[in-house]
Design a protein around this ligand. Structure first.
Ligand code: ZN
Ligand code: FE
Length: 259
């Protein structure tokens, strides 16, 4: 199985997994990049996986489904175009002999799900997390609460450290500018920024990243760390007994306002 990010729109990636004859795509916001990749590599589309209802993740679903007949899997609590198999926590999508297990990750949207594919035969575990966890950041809270997003990120952070984080946007450098403002003394972060800047200078994706890296550099996975707590408290008014979700909310708000 080969994993490829297909660029779409300004900064989306449609993830494609292919075995030389069949392909699975995740969050096809646009059908054309998928049609092109299928034709170029002479692939049949075996399934479409969707993480949440936003148009930049679902806009190509109907056209792909109509042209290929591929089954569509999506979040049970959200409406996406056309017929699909609704999935929620603990369910799985079985495609091409692969079992994608579903994790509920509300926060960006109310019914957002992620797909996790365990390691197999030397292939690292893969996490398709849509707009929940980004490299160096997390999705905006459009429909969920800070407590929900924190719990969702905790669930993802508990997956194996060698998991490849396949998120849906190339937001990494902007996220890392904020991460550096939060933790200027984080040496792992400094090193990762240099790594990602060199990738982008070569017009290469910064993704997938590794979960173990995210745990060391992503402030939204580190809101309980002393360094991050201190920075949030310096930036925002927080009571002495502020709950973890309040700290997380203040961190997310700081990022929203960050220029
Ligand atoms: Zn979204
Ligand atoms: Fe998106």
């Amino acid at each position: 199985m080969t994993l490829v990010p297909l660029p779409a729109f300004a900064d989306n990636y449609i993830w494609m997994l292919q075995d030389g004859s069949n392909a699975i795509v995740v969050d096809p916001g646009d059908a054309q990049p998928v049609f092109d990749a299928l034709a170029r590599n002479k692939l049949q589309l075996a399934a479409i996986l969707v993480t949440h209802h936003h148009a930049d993740h679902t806009g190509g679903v109907a056209a792909l489904q109509a042209a290929t007949g591929a089954p569509v899997f999506g979040p049970a609590r959200e409406r996406i175009p056309g017929p699909f198999t609704p999935l929620s926590h603990g369910d799985s999508a079985d495609v091409l002999g692969l079992r994608f297990s579903v994790i509920d990750v509300p926060g960006h949207t109310a019914g957002h799900i992620a797909y996790f594919l365990p390691a197999r035969q030397g292939r690292a575990p893969l996490l398709f997390c849509g707009d929940t966890l980004f490299s160096g950041g997390c999705g905006r809270l459009f429909e969920g609460t800070p407590a929900q997003m924190l719990a969702s990120l905790d669930a993802l952070a508990a997956l194996p450290g060698d998991s490849r984080v396949c998120c849906a946007h190339e937001y990494t450098l902007a996220n890392l500018r904020f991460a550096r403002a939060v933790e200027p003394g984080n040496a792992d972060l400094t090193q990762y920024i240099a790594h990602c800047e060199s990738l982008r200078a070569q017009e290469l994706p910064t993704l997938p990243s590794q979960l173990a890296t995210e745990r060391r550099i992503n402030p939204f996975l580190r809101s309980r760390e002393a360094t991050v707590l201190r920075a949030v408290r310096e930036h925002a008014e927080l009571s002495a007994d502020a709950a973890e979700a309040d700290v997380f909310a203040a961190l997310r708000q700081w990022k929203n306002d960050f220029r």
